[in-house]
Design a protein around this ligand. Structure first.
Ligand SMILES: [Zn+2]
Length: 258
């Protein structure tokens, strides 16, 4: 098992293999929807009682992953807003219940993976970025779903299982990951791409990439300068991606339900 898989399994985010699509019920045709080309959705992982992985700050102080993902999301939001893009996030505070206003009371419980996916799928963003951080590995890890690509004969709208709703967007997600990877490499940072079966990635009905920040060249994922370089790179990639994102021919967004 890879360090990422161990990390995700530890927090209950690693899913078993996707269900047999033959067992998926046949639904009525889903209406075609379009992506909102002004909207980016961010999911800073963990929060509240779920602290995520323990890491060290640049000063050597203990810091939890949930605080790093929130800080990185804040930097990314600033960069994207400056480019004229709208940003929605699963949480803007240390922990925030699903559906709560961003300035509302802090809940001890962070949104569940299904709540995070439900929030994203409701607004049809042209990109969903799930943020994690880790003390192992090196550089920036970009992960897309390991779900199997749909067959071409699946072009007619079908009801996809909630845990496999990302399947129709896989090609878009891979292209988005490639854009982000190029931008991060241009910034002189190590970047690695891979696939994994992960919550809530597999349930997202949008081009979706999980970004996990790992240490590099003595820099902690909590380092503000490191975070800023990554945020700048991702924002640049998303601005380009904005003109290339499209819903799949058979958009499962309206059909997938938890
Ligand atoms: Zn994590």
């Amino acid at each position: 098992m890879t360090p990422l898989a161990r990390h995700l399994a530890l927090f209950g985010l690693l899913l078993p293999a996707a269900q047999d699509p033959q067992q998926t019920p046949t639904p009525p045709p889903a209406p075609r929807s379009t992506l909102n080309h002004a909207l980016v959705f961010l999911d800073p992982a963990h929060g509240g009682d779920d602290a995520g992985a323990p890491l060290l700050s640049p000063a050597g102080e203990p810091i939890f992953e949930k605080d790093i993902t929130l800080a990185l999301a804040g930097r990314l939001r600033s960069q994207l807003s400056a480019l004229g893009l709208t940003v929605l996030s699963t949480r803007d505070t240390e922990a925030q219940a699903a559906g709560a206003p961003s300035t509302g009371a802090i809940s001890p419980s962070a949104p569940t993976p299904d709540q995070r996916a439900g929030q994203a799928n409701h607004v049809h963003p042209f990109a969903c970025i799930v943020l994690h951080a880790t003390g192992t590995g090196s550089g920036v890890h970009l992960i897309t779903s390991a779900l199997p690509l749909p067959h071409s004969s699946d072009a007619v709208p079908t009801l996809l299982a909630w845990d496999a709703a990302q399947a129709g967007f896989l090609q878009q997600s891979d292209r988005l990951a490639a854009e982000i990877s190029t931008a991060i490499a241009r910034a002189g940072l190590p970047v690695h791409t891979s696939r994994a079966t992960i919550r809530p990635l597999d349930s997202l009905t949008c081009p979706a990439v999980l970004l996990e920040l790992a240490p590099t060249r003595g820099l902690s994922p909590a380092d503000s300068g490191y975070q800023a370089r990554v945020a700048q790179s991702v924002a640049t990639a998303l601005l380009f991606w904005r003109g290339h994102a499209d819903p799949p021919a058979a958009d499962p967004a309206a059909a997938a339900q938890p």
